[in-house]
Design a protein around this ligand. Structure first.
Ligand SMILES: [Zn+2]
Length: 258
């Protein structure tokens, strides 16, 4: 059967696998947010941050040396992120959690669209725009209001108590992932019985190893991504399609057969 005629069957299989899971988790990447108009910045080398060759402004070294340069580089990207809306793929994952099927969602995205769609148990392995941290006194402030102000006035966000530069809590290229967050993500990968991978081609790096850990521990793997991934061979169900169409179809199938 080819990919097209086989699709309803694959959606049924994915729904059935999720329905009989005890502890399903999801793992998402840039591809879940591209239907919301946020480009996969890996190609121009941002990743957001983890892979590829970012311009120096987008690295942790670049930020430390020249915060103004970082914020100038970040401005157009941030504008797209903050004006984006969650898409049906995000909403389908939030529904799966609300219905008790998904126990947690690990994402490589920092764009907050999963939370805005209603997902509650979200582990952000590449950091988050939810907060900024002062690089001098380490105090933490909520991200969105400060970042929206920056979009308007283009002034580098400063700490209210000490005047230091505020850095978004996203993991920049060259920066280590937060070990506590990765420990939690690895624990989930080890304990799940189904891992639903959506919108990531698993390009490598510490976060990409999570689905592999799950599979090694015996979890069933469902992959929904436009392009092939290195783990396609290991998948119980593999759908090369648009996450914003396929994920809602899986939710419909689950609700129909419940
Ligand atoms: Zn400070």
């Amino acid at each position: 059967m080819d990919e097209i005629t086989d699709l309803p069957h694959k959606i049924k299989s994915a729904a059935a696998s999720l329905a009989r899971s005890q502890y399903a988790i999801a793992f998402t990447g840039a591809g879940i947010s591209t239907p919301s108009g946020i480009p996969d910045f890996r190609s121009p080398g941002v990743g957001l941050w983890a892979h590829g060759e970012p311009p120096r402004a987008g690295t942790i070294q670049g930020f430390a040396a020249d915060p103004e340069g970082f914020y100038e580089w970040f401005h157009p990207l941030l504008k797209r992120i903050l004006s984006a809306e969650p898409n049906p793929g995000h909403r389908a994952l939030a529904t799966l959690e609300a219905e008790g099927i998904l126990k947690a969602l690990i994402t490589q995205n920092a764009d907050l669209l999963h939370q805005r769609a209603g997902s509650r148990s979200v582990i952000e392995v590449h950091g988050t725009l939810a907060h900024l941290t002062c690089i001098r006194c380490y105090c933490i402030a909520p991200g969105p209001p400060i970042l929206k102000r920056f979009l308007r006035d283009r002034e580098v966000p400063r700490c209210q108590s000490c005047g230091g530069v505020m850095k978004p809590n996203v993991i920049l290229a060259g920066e280590q992932l937060v070990s506590g967050v990765m420990t939690e993500a690895r624990r989930l990968a080890q304990e799940c019985d189904v891992i639903l991978v959506a919108g990531t081609s698993l390009p490598g790096g510490p976060a990409s190893e999570l689905p592999e850990i799950a599979v090694e521990k015996g979890a069933r793997l469902i992959i929904i991504n436009r392009t092939p991934t290195p783990l396609d061979q290991e998948a119980e169900v593999i759908i090369h399609g648009d996450v914003a169409e396929v994920l809602p179809a899986i939710v419909n199938e689950l609700q129909r057969s419940a």
